[in-house]
Design a protein around this ligand. Structure first.
Ligand code: BEZ
Length: 211
């Protein structure tokens, strides 16, 4: 059974390049991103890990811990990190889980047999402070992920968790949002003192409420 939105993120204990972690404990009270890589020493993964290292401050600012997983052992990860740092001109600053027995990959359904029996696909799980899965995305091995998009979605998840709003297509932090249909106009007057533009009764556009 695949992991669905709202499911509790499976907990596990694993060795990583920054020591052993108990996943839920390691997440603490913040947000988390767990993302898988098909294999060590592969070109696309090398660029992805370098990209996330460079974006680490952006994840930190949003109180999000990032951790990668690859089904290779720790000594392989450690040798690979030297290549990542060298080719991507960065310093690795987050852990990579060693998963040679595929414990984490199996728990999270990261092996898709129609793609490969041995390698994980490029899965992304965003996990909220309640340890529930808020977002899943799956990319094939040959397509590198856009981590700016993942940050953008986290901005939406964090905003919509605290306010009765939804974010429209291509929304970016700071742009107008939509008042959810469940909020009546009467209730909206209190919740959204800046007002709104009712383009339709169900499409009420308001400035982002927390800025
Ligand atoms: C890569 O990370 O470059 C990759 C991994 C598996 C298949 C194709 C590309």
């Amino acid at each position: 059974m695949s992991i669905q939105l709202g499911d509790e993120a499976p907990d596990f204990t694993a060795d990583t390049t920054e020591g052993t972690i108990v996943f839920h404990e390691w997440l603490g009270n913040g947000w988390g991103v767990l993302f898988s890589h098909p294999k060590d020493f592969t070109p696309v993964c090398t660029t992805e890990l370098g990209t996330v290292a460079k974006l680490k401050e952006e994840f930190d600012r949003r109180n999000v811990k990032v951790v990668a997983v690859s089904v290779d052992p720790l000594d392989s990860h450690e040798r690979w990190i030297a290549d990542i740092e060298d080719t991507q001109s960065t310093t690795m600053n987050f852990p990579i889980i060693a998963d040679p027995d595929r414990k984490v990959a199996d728990l999270y359904g990261m092996i898709h047999p129609n793609a490969s029996d041995t390698m994980t696909v490029r899965s992304v799980f965003v996990i909220g402070p309640d340890k529930k899965v808020k977002l899943t995305i799956t990319y094939p091995a040959a397509t590198g992920r856009n981590f700016n998009e993942i940050l953008r979605v986290i901005d939406s998840l964090q905003l919509t968790a605290g306010y009765s709003v939804a974010t429209p297509a291509n929304w970016n932090y700071g742009e107008d949002v939509i008042i959810v249909p469940a909020v009546s106009d009467e209730a909206a007057k209190e919740k959204f003192p800046k007002g709104w533009d009712a383009q339709r009764p169900y499409l009420r556009v308001t400035p982002q409420p927390n800025i």
